[in-house]
Design a protein around this ligand. Structure first.
Ligand SMILES: Nc1nc2c(c(=O)[nH]1)N[C@H]1C(S)=C(S)[C@@H](COP(=O)(O)OP(=O)(O)OC[C@H]3O[C@@H](n4cnc5c(N)ncnc54)[C@H](O)[C@@H]3O)O[C@H]1N2
Ligand code: MOO
Ligand SMILES: [Mg+2]
Length: 409
């Protein structure tokens, strides 16, 4: 069998998967649980913030016009205004108010002079000398610069980082509407597999299920381990029949053309409609994707690195879409290749590299063993280098596309 044109290009495979995903129903959660998720609805401001013009500095609230005279200008100090207090007096010509950062600007004042640009007057404790002229608005934080009541504060789909949550908290909003987290079932398949807490003998310890579960959690989903199914049609089918209520089912292994590769058959027997099988990539070629009702089935290849790479390229974007995030494509940065690479055309390779900044550019050095079974180079990798499908060689210094990995520590 050749690596022929029936293999889907990576971009098309991802587009087809994303076409099967829409944001999940909304739930209201406390801000800390909303971190990294997307807003499910537009959020208008409930309050105008800041609620009043206020000072950006510790200093003196003045009438800018008063400072047009030759410097220094001596002013009479009225009250002192602190954050948390309201001013009680108007600043009239020839006077000022001592003011602290965050305190409301008294009426009459239109500028603030910072304390360092003033001087106390030894014999006149009620006076201050202003050493610089400033224009109106100097060091004033205007009412409403952060939020205006009734106006849009954050748009639906906005990813909630820490400052976004801060904006919502400042509005007195402690819970946030977000699409609920995807529930993801994770199944390993293979006669050779044992759990990490079992004596392995000459078996192979199941890495994929716990690794994928962590990747799911890091991507914002809620993983449930379904255990290990043995390599019979019946066992795989039985395990996959227990997936009601899951949004996504991830399996690993059993998707290639081996005599014991039963995942595709089991999905078919369970009424899962196969959307496609096999992508023009290495690692990860035998990926199979299906759908039944609202549940998405992703059969990842068994080699541990293949399952992690296909998670990055296909599963993480799908989970992000279910979470209502709009920017779901794997992130990419421009880099340069350190060394050379060659391959046969036909498959896009995603090469494990370590990338380091030198002279303003990100230089990517391919790691040793790149076979799909080898996890050692995945462990050291910071990025995947995209070696395009049609190319057969990349020379030293080539401009390349690098995908930062979500699995790094
Ligand atoms: N004739 C062909 N053979 C293969 C092809 C092909 O196109 N034609 N594709 C190869 C590629 S590419 C991959 S990737 C693998 C995918 O194989 P499967 O998804 O069917 O997985 P298995 O055959 O069951 O296992 C592969 C390998 O991975 C190890 N494994 C499986 N599960 C786990 C786990 N949970 N933890 C750790 N290691 C696991 C398993 O022991 C095997 O070594 O097929 C190629 N063959
Ligand atoms: O695609 Mo397989 O994942 O190359 O080993
Ligand atoms: Mg196989």
């Amino acid at each position: 069998m050749s690596d022929a044109p029936e293999l889907l290009p990576v971009e098309e495979a991802r587009a087809r998967i994303l076409g099967l995903c829409t944001p999940l129903p909304t739930e209201w959660v406390p801000g800390d649980d909303a971190l990294g998720r997307a807003l499910a609805e537009d959020v208008p401001a409930r309050r105008t913030l800041p609620p009043w013009d206020n000072s950006a500095m510790d200093g003196f609230a003045v009438r800018a016009q008063d400072l047009a005279a030759p410097l220094p200008v001596r002013l009479t100090v009225g009250e002192t205004v602190f954050a948390g207090k309201r001013p009680t007096r108007e600043v009239v010509p020839g006077t000022c108010a001592r003011i602290m950062t965050g305190a409301p600007l008294p009426p009459g004042a239109d500028a603030v002079v910072m304390r360092e640009r003033t001087r106390a007057v030894p014999d006149a404790p009620d006076a201050v000398e202003i050493l610089e002229a400033v224009g109106p608005g100097n060091f004033i934080r205007p009412r409403g610069e952060d939020a205006k009541e009734g106006a849009l504060l954050l748009r639906r789909g906005t990813p909630l980082g820490i400052p976004e949550l801060g904006l919502l908290w400042a509005q007195g909003q402690g819970t946030v509407p977000v699409p609920r987290r995807p529930r993801v079932a994770v199944l390993s398949t293979g006669d050779e597999l044992c759990r990490v807490d079992e004596p392995p003998g000459d078996g192979i310890v199941d890495i994929n299920a716990p690794a994928l579960a962590l990747a799911v959690r890091r991507a914002g989903g809620v993983p449930t381990l379904l255990g290990i199914a043995r390599d019979t049609r019946e066992a795989v089918q039985e395990a996959l029949s227990r997936v009601d209520g899951f949004d996504v089912v991830l399996t690993s292994a059993g998707v290639s053309v081996g005599d014991h590769d039963f995942v595709k058959d089991a999905l078919e027997a369970l009424g899962v409609e196969q959307r496609f099988w096999r992508v023009a990539i290495k690692p990860g070629k035998p990926l199979v994707v299906g759908q039944r009702g609202a549940t998405l089935f992703l059969g990842l290849p068994g080699n541990p690195t293949s399952s992690l790479v296909t998670f990055e390229l296909f599963v993480r974007p799908a989970l992000r879409r279910l979470l209502g995030l709009e920017d779901v494509e794997p992130p990419r940065v421009a880099g340069r290749l350190e060394g050379r690479l060659s391959k046969a055309p036909g498959l896009a390779h995603f090469v494990r590299v370590t990338a380091t900044w030198r002279a303003g550019e990100l230089w990517a050095k391919p790691l040793g063993t790149q076979t799909s079974g080898a996890l050692r180079s995945a462990a050291a990798a910071t990025h995947l280098l995209h070696f395009p499908r049609a190319d057969s060689s990349l020379t030293d210094g080539s401009h390349v596309e690098l995908l930062p990995l979500s699995w790094v520590a």
